[in-house]
Design a protein around this ligand. Sequence first.
Ligand SMILES: [Zn+2]
Ligand SMILES: [Zn+2]
Length: 391
Amino acid sequence: MSEQALTNLISPTLEEHVVDFFKEVHQHPELAGKETWTTKRIEQELNLLNIPIKDFNLETGVVADIVGDANGPMVALRADIDALPMDEATDLEYKSKIPGVAHSCGHDFHFSALLGAAALLMQEKDQLHGTVRLLFQPGEEKHLGAKEMVEAGVLKNVDAAFAFHDVSIAPVGTVGIRAGRIMASNDNFQVTVHGVGSHASAPQIGKDPIVTAAEMINLLQTVVSRNVDPADRVVVTVGQIDGGTANNVIPQECSFKGTLRSSSEESRQSAKKHLYQIIQNTAIAFDQTVDIEWDQGPTQVFNNQKLTSIVKGSASNFLQEIPFPDADGDDDFATMEQEVPGCYVILGNKGQSIMHNPDFVANPDALKFGVKLDEQVAVDVLNYLAAGGKL
Ligand SMILES: [Zn+2]
Ligand SMILES: [Zn+2]
C-alpha cells in the first residue's frame, strides 16, 4: 500500500469531524443499559446525515438503515456504545466528565468510527447493492445488549454481520483477522456454602463453611487439569471470597465468585459439569448445603470462513495484517454470530495504556482506519452477496 493511499483514506474534513465527535462522546461515558445520552447523541448525528432510524422498541441503542438497492442483500455493522464503572485517570482535556464511569474499553471509538462510515456510505448510497444496517449496541460489558437486540429482531433479513474491537497491544494501522473460533465463552458463577455457626473454640458443635469453601476452591483447580481435553483452552478462576466477621467466630455462610472461560462448547459443558459435581459433592461430604448461581455469558466468537476471507481482502487495501492473538477475552457479538454469519476482527489502537485500565483512552489516530474498514467491508460484502455469492 502506498503512502498516498493512506493519506487519502478518508477526507480530512470527515476525519476531523469523527475525531471531534469521539472527543465529545469520550467525555460522556454511560454504563451498560444506561446509554440514554449516547443514544440521543447518535440519533442526532444520524438525523444530520439523513439516515432514517428504525424503531425496534429498544430502551437504549440505535438501529438505522442505509438503503441502496432495496431488493438487495443486507449487511449489519455493529458498534457497542457502553462504558465501564471506573474513574478515568488521565490528564486529557477531553477526559470523562462523569465520576466513576469511563470509556476504558474504547467503545466510544467503535461508534464514532461507525458514524464516520455511515457518512461515507451515504455518499455512495446509489451504488450500494443492498442495505447497510447500522447497529449501535448497548450493554456489551454486561453481555446484555446483543441478546436484547437479537430478541428485538434487528437481525431479521440480515445476511451477514461485521464488528471490530480496538486492541491496545497492536500498532495503529494493523488488523488481526482469523476464521473459526477466536474468542472464549465467558460464564460466571457464585457459590454460597451454608454451614452452622459456632464459637471458634467449639468447632464440633458447628459446621464450618469456610473450610468447606476452601476445599471446593482447591478441588476446582482439577476441573481443567484432570477433566478437560488438554488441546482445549479453558480457565477456571475464583476471584472473590467472602466469609466471616471475626477471628473467633465460625460463620453461618461462606461464598465465593468465579469465572469459566472456554474455547469450545464441548469443554465448556464438561467443565461446568465437573464444577457442579465438585461443589455439590464436597458440600455433602462436609454435611452442609450449597447454592450455585450460574450466569451464562456469551458463547465463543465464531467467524464465518467465507465472510472472513472477504474481510481480509477489504482490509488488505489499507491495513497491515498481524496474527490474531490467542487470548481468552470475550464479546457478546458471539450472540449475533449464532444468528447470522459474522466476522469480528481486532483493529490496532496502540496508545498509552491497556484496555480496562483507568488511564486507557482509544487512540484517535486510528479512527480513520476504523471508518474505512467498516465502510469497505459493507461495500465488499454487499457486492459479493448481490452477485450471488454464498456464505
Ligand atoms: Zn471491555
Ligand atoms: Zn469492549
